[in-house]
Design a protein around this ligand. Structure first.
Ligand code: ATP
Ligand code: MG
Length: 232
């Protein structure tokens, strides 16, 4: 198992955001995490990354307990992140941002050349400062940076947010390619149908609790269940 989250309780100050969700992501598996605004999806990713460590419960990655490790150590072990706000250094060029994210782990090493093959527009962005880029361009930089860190799993927080439909399709195609290369993916996505199309399994989170888990296909096919759980 690449990632295993068990019964975590995460707080912001005294406010509890997660009430014991458990979740697993296997090797080369794409797992979608769906749920309404404020459900705790980002908080769950932040818990895994050590940015909002859980007060209770346990998180393991690649067989090792990471529950209370600092964020930089978790990243160095091979947990990649594509944050919802991209989080690039705005005044630095794309090339410099990619350089800062480049790392070796025990997992597959991706090269800048491979990223340029996945995103044909990337070569034209390398010399540009990130603050001059569009949302889609920034997303290419953010995904490339995550992969250059040689992750075993990548946590995507709403990668299609603010992107044109064509670029959303590019991002989804990229996820399939990552899976084919053996990478694991945990995908938080507002575009639930697109996420279910690409995912192997799905969890639905609501007010800090898992309300459904199962094969993505089953939820895609069961319209009544889908309406009840995710409103589409
Ligand atoms: N920095 C913070 N301080 C206090 N409360 C927070 C903070 N960030 C999130 N919360 C609260 O924690 C709960 C879960 O928020 P979270 O951002 O994880 O939800 P989400 O599922 O990612 O929502 P969205 O779909 O809007 O991104 C919400 O009630 C939110 O108000
Ligand atoms: Mg969120």
């Amino acid at each position: 198992m690449m990632l295993e989250v068990r019964d975590i309780e995460t707080f912001y100050g005294e406010t509890q955001a997660l009430f014991g969700p458990s979740l697993r992501v296997g090797e080369a598996e794409i797992v979608a995490l769906l749920g309404p605004n404020g459900a705790g999806k980002t908080t769950l990713l932040r818990s895994v990354l050590g940015l909002s460590p859980p007060r209770r419960g346990r998180i393991s990655f690649d067989g090792r307990d990471i529950t209370r490790l600092p964020t930089h150590r978790i990243a160095r072990m091979g947990v990649g992140w594509v944050p919802d706000d991209r989080r690039v250094f705005p005044t630095l060029t794309a090339a410099r941002n990619l350089g800062l994210g480049t790392r070796r782990t025990r997992f597959r090493a991706w090269s800048q050349a491979e990223m340029c093959e996945i995103f044909p527009a990337l070569p034209h962005l390398l010399a540009r400062e990130c603050e001059t880029m569009s949302g889609g361009e920034l997303q290419m930089v953010a995904i490339s940076r995550a992969l250059l860190g040689s992750p075993g799993i990548v946590l995507f927080d709403e990668p299609s947010q603010g992107l044109a439909p064509k670029i959303v399709q590019d991002v989804l195609r990229t996820l399939r390619r990552l899976k084919a290369e053996g990478l694991s993916v945990l995908l938080v996505e507002q575009n639930a149908l697109a996420a279910l199309e690409v995912a192997d399994r799905v969890y639905v989170l609501d007010r800090g609790r898992i309300t459904h888990e199962g094969p993505a296909r089953a939820l895609l096919d069961d319209v009544a269940l889908r309406r009840r759980l995710i409103g589409i």
